[in-house]
Design a protein around this ligand. Sequence first.
Ligand SMILES: C[S@@+](CC[C@H](N)C(=O)[O-])C[C@H]1O[C@@H](n2cnc3c(N)ncnc32)[C@H](O)[C@@H]1O
Length: 209
Amino acid sequence: MPIRKTYIVEHLDPELGPWSELEYIAIARETGRAGGTFVLSSMPPSLVEKLPSKLTSEPAFRAETKGVEELYPEEERKRVCLLDPRAEKDISPDDKANFDVFLFGGILGDDPPRDRTGELRVKGFEGRRLGPVQMTTDTAVRVTRMVIDEQFTLNMVPYIDHPDLKINEHESTEMPFRYVKGDDGNPVMPEGMLDLIKKDADKSIDDLI
Ligand SMILES: C[S@@+](CC[C@H](N)C(=O)[O-])C[C@H]1O[C@@H](n2cnc3c(N)ncnc32)[C@H](O)[C@@H]1O
C-alpha cells in the first residue's frame, strides 16, 4: 500500500471552463503540498494543449488523455474508490488501508444535482459518500484528503453549507454546495474563485437589464 495517495479527477465535460480550471489548480497545489499526486484523466488532447501553466507547472500534476477505465483495468480496480454522492457507505479514516486511488467526477456542481457521477459508478468502482450534501469537486478532494491523509472523521471536518457570498453592496448569491470552513471562518475556495463568482453574477445581472 503506497503511503501517498493518488487523487484522480475524470474530466467529464467537453470543455474546460474557468471554474474548473481554478478548481484543478487548487487541487494540484494542495495535493502536492500533502505529498500526493493529482491526475486529470480523460482529457482530450486539444484541451491538454490549452492547460494553463499555473496547473502544468505544479509538480504533483499530471494530465492523462486515457480514461480511468484504461488506467485501471479490471484487476486493479478494487484499489480505486469512487467518491459518489449516492454511495451507501460514508468514507472513513480506515479507508486509507482499503484504497490507493480516489476518483472524482470532473463536473461542475448543479442544483438540483443531475447525478453525472453515475457515469463513473457504472464502471464498477467501489463507492464512498462524503456525507449527504453536494460539494464542489475541489472541496470533495480536500475533505477526502483530510479523512485519508489526516485521519479526520467526516463529523470532525468544519463545514459551511450553502454560504451567501456578497457580490456587491446590494446583492449576494447563495452557493448551493458544502465547503470546508477555513481558519478565518470563510468557506475555503480556490484562489480567484470569489472574483470569478462576482464577475459571473454581475454578468447575469447585466443580462437581465
Ligand atoms: C460538483 S460534484 C458533482 C455532483 C453532481 N451534481 C453530479 O452530477 O453527480 C463533483 C464530484 O465531487 C464528488 N462529490 C461531491 N459531493 C460529494 C458527496 N457528498 N459525496 C461523495 N462525493 C461527492 C463526486 O466525485 C462528484 O462527481
